[in-house]
Design a protein around this ligand. Structure first.
Ligand code: CA
Length: 366
């Protein structure tokens, strides 16, 4: 057994220690070329998702497989489902402290620690997946994201998006803005803050706990992702109404977290492979969601699910409150403010362009 394997088997959490072991190995190997050495790495990847979970969970698993294939086995990624190594909502912390070299989750899960993270994830009545990714990859968003996570020793990469979500599952009918008063609902991020301002009580809980909470009446409503994932969780078996549209999350951007110290020990070609795999999965997951959400919605309707649209009056009020909430959230944190000022200006340009072209096609096409 090579030293690195012994270290991995002993569960050594510090990547730097394990990787120092790899370096010693490589010295004895036949003169590896810089950037394409023969040394191998086995990294842990913690995720916020249940095992084999459609869409987002499968996307994280595809990332691991792709990295291993592209690197010809030089970088192996062991995936851990939510709760296997760390709880779903502690992925960022685990990568930050080096318990795992990689993590996959939704940026707004760590808004308590990094308030600005929400702006890289989802904004109520905000950007769709295409707009979010235009800002991230060609509008300066990624540079800001890296800057925001750097003090935590984490390198972020965009790695998957759900596309437009749904407003969620309700056991109480929503006919007016007053129906949100006293409503107990699971929804994270800024959308949750909007509901709080509307008089609701908001809780955040990972996927594994939602069905029971809804079934037992611990919550009156929940949103999760969209038809594809909601069907997988069986939410239609625990609630009366399924509301659209997903005002709270016109897209949710997922992230790959990389421990910076571990990253710096990777040869340049493996770094390029990690970046390319993240980029590939970023697009692949959206394709998966777009196809499967449609199929799952067809199935839910065929099973008699009562799919409804939130009333115009309700959506108008939600939008007003959302605008206030986003501004207040940005103003409460200087880093978030810097991100939002940049993002807001860029998104407005994208929205103006969409208004003049893309939106028109949707309206005419039907
Ligand atoms: Ca959601």
């Amino acid at each position: 057994m090579k030293r690195r394997d012994i270290l991995a088997a002993a569960g050594v959490g510090l990547a730097a220690t394990a990787l120092a072991g790899c370096k010693e190995d490589s010295k004895s190997a036949a003169a590896p070329q810089e950037g394409s050495s023969s040394q191998t790495f086995t990294w842990k990847m913690v995720t916020s998702w249940p095992k084999n979970f459609p869409g987002v969970g499968v996307g994280a698993e595809r990332f691991a497989k792709l990295v291993e294939e592209m690197s010809n086995g030089r970088l192996k990624v062991r995936i851990y489902a939510a709760g296997e190594l760390v709880p779903a909502l502690e992925v960022f912390d685990a990568v930050s402290r080096g318990t795992a070299e990689l993590g996959h989750g939704a940026p707004y899960y760590w808004k308590g620690k990094v308030p600005a993270a929400q702006f890289f994830c989802a904004l109520p009545f905000g950007p769709n997946a295409l707009e979010m990714n235009a800002w991230l990859h060609y509008g300066g968003g990624m540079q800001l994201w890296e800057e925001v996570y750097k003090p935590f020793g984490v390198l972020p990469m965009a790695c998957g998006n759900t596309g437009v979500q749904t407003a969620g599952w309700f056991n109480k009918e929503i006919t007016s803005v007053d129906d949100f008063k006293g409503l107990k609902m699971r929804t994270p991020g800024l959308g949750g803050e909007v509901l709080t301002k509307m008089g609701g009580t908001v809780v955040n809980m990972p996927a594994g706990e939602i069905f029971t909470a809804l079934q037992t009446g611990a919550i009156d409503a929940t949103e999760w992702i969209g038809p594809y994932n909601d069907l997988a969780l069986g939410l239609h078996k625990a609630s009366k109404y399924y509301y659209t549209p997903g005002w709270q999350e016109p897209s949710v951007q997922f992230e790959l977290d990389v421990n910076l110290k571990a990253w710096e020990t990777l040869p340049a070609d493996l770094q390029a492979i990690v970046r390319s795999a993240a980029r590939a999965i970023n697009g692949d997951m959206l394709d998966d969601y777009n196809a499967k959400n449609m199929e799952a919605m067809e199935q839910l309707k065929s099973e008699g699910v009562d799919v409804r649209r939130l009333p115009d009056e309700v959506l108008a009020r939600l939008k007003e409150v959302a605008t206030e909430v986003v501004e207040a959230s940005a103003n409460a944190d200087p880093v978030a403010k810097k991100v939002w000022d940049h993002q807001k200006a860029y998104l407005q340009r994208l929205y103006d362009y969409a208004e003049s072209n893309e939106k028109d096609i949707y309206n005419i096409r039907g």
